[in-house]
Design a binder for this molecule. Structure first.
Ligand SMILES: NC(=O)c1ccc[n+]([C@@H]2O[C@H](COP(=O)([O-])OP(=O)(O)OC[C@H]3O[C@@H](n4cnc5c(N)ncnc54)[C@H](OP(=O)(O)O)[C@@H]3O)[C@@H](O)[C@H]2O)c1
Length: 257
């Protein structure tokens, strides 16, 4: 890594990817008083409805503009698209990587299948001059949107973060705090597998047991959005992370009817 990290302004927060997780983080950020600039692959004009919903703190832009204009940028895109992240514009910046490996969606990635890398190490390899922090990957968009709580609340949840740069992780923790979450530093990016799909800390601790039987995609989303959020304390998160055993990489989307 050749760039030095300069202290980034928290606002505007950049978000590349405006789907389930990107739009949820955008809503949390706007609710917390941050300005956001958000982009996707199809262009800013396709984000008019979302930006309209988010109000005057939100602006749509191209991914390259997002990367240029924001100090901290969230990468909320399918892992398969990580090489599209604009590396030169993101140089020197903190990039919070939400991605997870789902072979059904992303295809097989040998370095992950062979456990030579974690998903966020791949992203860091592409963004060689950025400061990648793995964050927001182990909670569903629905739990994330419904589970934010103010600092000190007994119902506050903890999200693991991993990264190779201590300052970048501090900035990530501060952002999580602003959005309503405690952060647990689980180590460098090489330890990021501990919060990846299939591990004890992945999604399930924040929600009730999945409903039995086959649901349609719409029913599943409705269930996720209406399910109560189960708070995960720092100590609980630490225990879950410590109990992880590295198994085959990648998650599996449940079949929907
Ligand atoms: N959904 C969850 O609950 C959840 C939770 C934690 C982590 N994650 C992870 O977070 C990532 C995003 O998941 P998601 O569920 O939010 O996905 P999603 O709903 O499918 O949204 C993906 C977004 O990424 C954009 N995108 C795709 N390729 C792009 C590119 N090359 N450049 C710029 N933008 C691009 C898409 O824009 P277009 O529509 O214009 O292509 C879309 O806005 C995934 O890696 C996922 O595994 C998801």
């Amino acid at each position: 890594m050749t760039s030095r990290l300069t202290s980034p302004p928290a606002s505007p927060l950049g978000i590349i990817g405006a789907g389930a997780i990107g739009a949820t983080i955008a809503r949390l950020a706007v609710a917390a008083g941050l300005d956001i600039v958000i982009g996707n692959s199809r262009g800013p004009e396709t984000l008019a409805e979302l930006v309209n919903e988010l109000g005057p703190r939100a602006r749509a832009a191209t991914s390259h503009e997002v990367a240029r204009e924001a100090g901290i940028v969230i990468a909320a895109i399918p892992l398969i698209a990580y090489t599209d992240l604009p590396a030169s514009e993101l140089a020197g910046k903190v990039v919070l990587d939400t991605t997870n490996y789902y072979p059904q969606r992303d295809g097989r990635i040998r370095a992950l299948d062979d456990q030579e890398s974690t998903a966020s190490e791949l992203v860091q390899g592409h963004l060689a001059d950025s400061f990648v922090v793995k964050a927001f990957n182990n909670i569903t968009f629905a739990s994330l949107g419904n589970g934010c709580r103010p600092t000190g609340s007994s119902e506050r949840s903890t999200l693991p973060i991993a990264g190779d740069d201590a300052d970048a992780k501090q900035h990530a923790s501060a952002l999580l705090d602003t959005l309503g979450y405690d952060a647990l530093d689980i180590g460098p990016l090489s330890q990021g597998w501990r919060s990846e799909p299939g591990t004890p800390a992945y999604c399930d601790p924040y929600m009730p047991a999945w409903p039995a039987g086959s649901l349609s995609t719409d029913e599943l989303v409705a269930w996720l959005l209406s399910a109560p959020v189960i708070p995960v304390s720092v100590e609980q998160a630490r225990t879950l992370i410590a109990s992880a055993v590295r198994g085959p990489a990648g998650g599996y989307f449940p079949e929907t009817s």
